[in-house]
Design a protein around this ligand. Structure first.
Ligand code: ADP
Ligand code: DP6
Ligand code: CO
Length: 361
């Protein structure tokens, strides 16, 4: 790399969102982002819910800058700084194929970056944009700077420093984030427990109830819960460890009844800890509650789980059912939320993921 040369090298990457079926909510270490309990998630189809990030490096840039969904946002947060630092420290010599520019590993420490990221789904609305966003940032940075994982999960551990849930977005299928025990977080890692082809007839619907940005971010919401909710500590210690084992077992056996029962119970318990927070946090709205009612009534009528729901920190629902039941679920959704002027209700299928937009409230 010579000084005064005008060149730009860039890379683009894409990473999917993931939705937890056993929720992460609460940190034992804010800086290292270590959770109070383990969690399990399903990685979504990147064609539907993903972040796409382009990163450019040039000696002409004077500062690291980030544009998210078309608007510049500050990179002052320690989370961005930590991810950038960890990748820069692992950078290698790179010869850029397109420009022929040779960048030495030590050059990456000085080179400033311009980062542009777009989410193809609502940001900060409880569909895990922070997971897709930071997984994508770390993955794309690693591509740009020629970073190879020295051990399985190294990039996931760096993504965790951006947002806890991001550590689960670097693998497809079902992913477990083990809380770990060590103070330095070395054993707080994400592992794939089943790949994306493991459970072929599991169908996922995303019901976009509202695209509005949530009032309480996940980061500050869980901070308040850790500080004020006695229930959270009971959940983390006495409930989640057992549920993690049961969920792993249900996934391994394709046991939809157990999967659905645990998924709904864990979503409800997570929202109960939000209510147990002082002041209480409400992420669900009336449409979310109608969706819960719809699934619960169906399951009660049939005497066994036909579908399951889960809500992250926002009103938008993720619904699960089996292939053979998916048209019945769709019928019930259409009955409850009939298409009407001014109300968007659309459904499309990409792979096994169907995305619905319901009447926003
Ligand atoms: P969500 O439920 O969508 O994960 P959070 O409150 O956890 O909401 O996180 C939202 C924050 O994550 C955003 O305000 C932004 O700081 C960060 N974020 C979201 N998408 C991206 C992205 N594509 N690239 C970088 N950061 C992102
Ligand atoms: C409800 O990972 O967004 O979606 O680590 O502070 O960035 P930070 O929080 P974040 O929290 C996710 C909470 C959740 C549950 C989950 O994804 O497990
Ligand atoms: Co998030």
């Amino acid at each position: 790399m010579g000084s005064g040369e005008a060149w730009v090298v860039m890379r683009t990457g894409r990473a999917p969102s993931n939705i937890a079926v056993i929720k992460y909510w609460g940190k034992r270490d804010e800086k290292l982002i270590l959770p109070v309990n383990s969690s399990i998630s399903v990685t979504l189809n990147p064609d539907d819910l993903s972040a796409t990030t382009t990163i450019a490096a040039s000696p002409a840039f004077v500062a690291d800058r980030l544009w998210l969904n078309g608007k510049e946002v500050s990179m002052e947060s320690q989370r961005y700084k930590n991810c950038l630092r960890e990748i820069r420290e692992r950078a290698n010599d790179v010869v850029d194929e397109q420009t022929g520019v040779h960048i030495k590993r030590e050059d990456w420490l000085k080179l400033k970056l311009h980062i542009v990221s777009e989410n193809n789904f609502p940001t900060a609305a409880g569909l895990a944009s922070s997971a897709a966003g930071f997984a994508c940032l770390v993955y794309t940075l690693a591509q740009l700077m020629g970073v190879n994982e020295r051990y399985q999960g190294e990039l996931s551990a760096i993504a965790r420093l951006g947002s806890g849930s991001a550590c689960r977005s670097l693998d497809g299928g079902f992913v477990k984030w083990d809380m770990g025990q060590k103070e330095d977080g070395a054993d707080s890692i994400a592992v794939q427990i089943a790949n994306e082809t493991h459970w072929k007839d599991l169908v996922i619907f995303i019901a976009v109830v509202s695209s509005r940005q949530k009032e309480v971010s996940s980061t500050s919401g869980m901070q308040e819960t850790v500080q004020t909710s006695p229930f959270l500590h009971f959940r983390a210690k006495d409930v989640v460890p057992k549920r993690i084992k049961e969920m792993e077992d249900a996934v391994a056996r394709h046991d939809f009844s157990s999967f659905a029962r645990i998924t709904c119970a864990d979503s409800n318990q997570f929202h109960a800890t939000c209510l147990d927070t002082s002041p209480p946090i409400f992420y669900l709205n009336d449409t979310s509650k109608r969706l819960i009612g719809l699934v619960e009534r169906w399951n009660t009528q049939e005497g066994s789980p036909q579908a399951a729901y889960t809500f992250d920190a926002g009103p938008n629902a993720v619904l699960f059912t089996t292939e053979s039941n998916s048209s019945l679920l769709l019928q019930r959704l259409l009955f409850q939320f009939p298409p009407a002027p001014g109300v968007v209700l659309s459904s499309y299928v990409v792979g096994d993921l169907k995305t619905l937009e319901l009447a926003g409230i």
